[in-house]
Design a protein around this ligand. Sequence first.
Ligand code: GTP
Ligand code: MG
Length: 229
Amino acid sequence: MDTQELKFVKASFVKSGTKPDHYPPAELPEIAVMGRSNVGKSSLMNSLFNRKNLVKVSNTPGRTQLINFFLVDDALSVVDLPGYGYAKVPPKIRKQWRPMIETYLTSREALIGCLLLFDIRRIPNDDDLDLWVWLRHFGFTVIPVITKSDKLSAQKGRNQLKRIANVLEVPLEALVVTSSKTHKGRDKLRKLMSGLCWDFTPPEPEEMDEAEGPDESETTEENHADQGE
Ligand SMILES: Nc1nc2c(ncn2[C@@H]2O[C@H](COP(=O)(O)OP(=O)(O)OP(=O)(O)O)[C@@H](O)[C@H]2O)c(=O)[nH]1
Ligand SMILES: [Mg+2]
């Protein structure tokens, strides 16, 4: 399938992991979904995938502490990364976050871009801004995605968007405004994600030797119970 025409008709859970040994083979372009705890990462992915519960949405912020890999249209890998910044997460787990994310970001050859999510009701804080600056400093394409737009009235929403764009130092139009509840912004984001795939160069052939196609045994929704918490 031509990645330029991703339609997001098929999505499945692949696997969870914490370190490179656990990652699936880097054969497809991959996009990481990042943002602070509770910002709506898992919900946005369910909206993109048009599935209610493929990606686990928990009532307890900060519970997703594993990297969860999903497959879209047999052509794109989308990764739900653990959120940061939730005060109630035990210090030991908080400390594991940075090395786990840094290892992922710096070692994952297939990574072609990131969605960095911001709640429309909050002004990005230092944690958000550190990541925003860091990701771009290392040359990743980062799409700023605003979540939960349904939570504010149109007027309040517009004001918040201006303030967020200001803090991120991007034009207002650069923000992709979404709601997982109403699916606002979904088509636009799908198009942008498809567009990122154009630049993907698959790994060298010798690295592909062991790959004889996707491992169907691990791509069923039943495995969704394994998604890390
Ligand atoms: N109204 C509304 N609620 C949302 C939206 N997106 C997420 N939520 C709610 O916000 C809460 C957190 O959503 P999640 O998708 O679990 O957020 P997350 O970023 O994956 O959280 P962690 O995995 O804990 O880091 C849930 O109660 C969702 O139902 C949205 O667009 N609109
Ligand atoms: Mg989540």
